[in-house]
Design a binder for this molecule. Structure first.
Ligand code: FAD
Length: 428
């Protein structure tokens, strides 16, 4: 995308195209009920649900639909957050904790229902995810996670080492947590299809239209772009860690975790049949985690923490080959055909943030690497709030004040350097 082969890799190659002519840059003045800044899952879901409620939504996107994390991620449609279920009420209180848990537990079902309702072609597979336990500590964490979800009636199952090996087709994990609420999508295809559905419902989406200034004028919000401006009663900021030019606080409250993915060519059928025959998406319990899944054509998508700049790229690529071949020896001789990378926005407590930047203005950010299902359901909640159907006190999260992450740049450097050092030394 935007001629950068390291930005969206495989997803750019295989997502159904969205014609730039359908999302032309904003020219001249426009009026709307709500102006949305950012065309990722949050902004697009808000636009779709606003348009379905009969409100005029106009989306301004600095680059292209899905340019941010929504077009670069692994595609795991997860239930819940990193935070353990029992921690949620402790972190958010007895009202919001259970409410958020309930919403995020059922969020994958909401995503797959939306995909079915709109006939979205995005390689959707709902066969669950496998959270793979590394060593005794990893298994202990998963055992506790399984206990807490099962106590809430969630369809999760703790697999032992042999069962995990059987489902994965490789690796030496101590066990795995199989979450049947979850699944996988082609993430850029999902973002583009959300955009198409929003436009079909009446929303306007303007790519290559950065909001360069946002002001309050006569009781309205006015969002300016280089060749036009939108006046609207409501403003939604959905720019997350890719925020630029406006709302700098949304970027500063998150520490950016660089995460890359590399994909093999389509695997020969006899090898493909041995890997993840059930079609689950996987990640592990390591702090510098790895993830892997197949796409619809049988490419293995393998990812981990790290930035694909020079000289990092060579280190991460060599490590990813070693690690992939260790887990799946049947892939020896097969390498990577594409690679891409993006920033994951992390908050201090690993929970997302809801902000009110002014009257009739709302901002959501900080999904901590769990944004497909949450972005979709938060976008819907924002639309319901703007439409007057969901009062602020009924929103899934309490309102927070913007607070910059301490030592942000230093921590981003530590993430980058730590991943480099680990990948340089491990899996030899
Ligand atoms: C490598 C990677 C792997 C991940 N894996 C997963 C996963 O497997 N499962 C999962 O659930 N989540 C995953 N995530 C997280 C998930 O992708 C994000 O949480 C989610 O996409 C955020 O969506 P969003 O709409 O809030 O923001 P984004 O998708 O980042 O969209 C923000 C948009 O705002 C635009 N923008 C910024 N400034 C302006 C401006 N001034 N004017 C106009 N537009 C502007 C940007 O160009 C961008 O397109 C991953 C993220 C990454 C990077």
């Amino acid at each position: 995308m935007l001629n950068d082969p390291r930005s969206h890799g495989l997803w750019q190659e295989t997502a159904p195209a969205l014609a730039l002519a359908d999302t032309p840059p904003l020219t001249g003045p426009a009026e709307a009920d709500c102006v949305i800044v950012g065309a990722g899952y949050t902004g697009l879901s808000a636009a779709l649900h606003l348009a379905e409620a009969g409100l005029r939504a106009v989306v301004l996107e600095a680059a292209e639909v899905g340019f941010g994390a929504s077009g670069r991620n692994v595609g795991l449609v997860n239930a819940g957050m990193w935070t353990l279920p029992d921690q949620m009420p402790k972190a958010l209180g007895p009202l919001y904790g259970p409410r958020l848990l309930e919403l995020l537990g059922s969020a994958p079902a909401e995503v797959f229902a939306l995909i079915a309702r709109h006939g979205i072609a995005c390689e959707a597979v709902r066969n669950g995810t496998l959270h793979c336990g590394v060593g005794a500590a990893g298994l202990a964490e998963l055992t506790e996670r399984a206990r807490q979800w099962r106590a809430r009636g969630a369809p999760v199952e703790l697999l032992d080492a042999a069962e995990a090996y059987h489902r994965i087709g490789g690796g030496s994990y101590a066990g795995a947590l199989w979450d049947r609420r979850a699944g996988t999508v082609q993430p850029l295809a999902y973002a583009r299809a959300l955009a198409r559905a929003a436009m079909a419902a009446g929303a306007a989406i303007h790519a290559r239209s950065p909001a360069t200034g946002i002001v309050r004028e006569g009781g309205d919000w006015v969002a300016r772009s280089p060749s036009g401006q939108v006046r609207a009663k409501w403003l939604v900021l959905a720019t997350d860690v890719y925020t630029r030019q406006v709302a700098a606080g949304l970027r500063r409250e998150q520490v950016g975790l660089p995460y890359f993915n590399m994909a093999t060519p389509p695997l020969p059928p006899e090898i493909r049949a041995t890997i993840l025959p059930g079609g689950e998406g996987c990640w592990d319990t390591r702090q510098v985690l790895s993830s892997f899944r197949l796409d619809a054509a049988g490419r293995l998508v393998f990812g981990s923490v790290g930035q694909l700049a020079t000289p990092d790229f060579a280190v991460h690529r060599a490590w990813a080959l070693r690690a992939m071949h260790r887990i799946f020896p049947q892939l020896r001789g097969i390498g990577f055909a594409t690679h891409w990378f993006g920033w994951i926005g992390m908050t201090g407590d690993h929970l997302p943030r809801l902000h009110l930047p002014g009257e009739n203005a709302i901002a959501m950010a900080g999904y901590n690497g769990r944004g497909i299902a949450p972005g979709t359901v938060f976008g819907k909640a924002i639309a319901a709030h703007v439409a007057g159907d969901l009062p602020l006190e009924a929103m899934p999260l309490p309102v927070s004040r913007l607070a910059p992450a301490p030592l942000r740049r230093g921590r981003e450097l530590v993430f980058r350097a730590g991943a480099m050092a680990l990948h340089l030394l491990s899996d030899h």
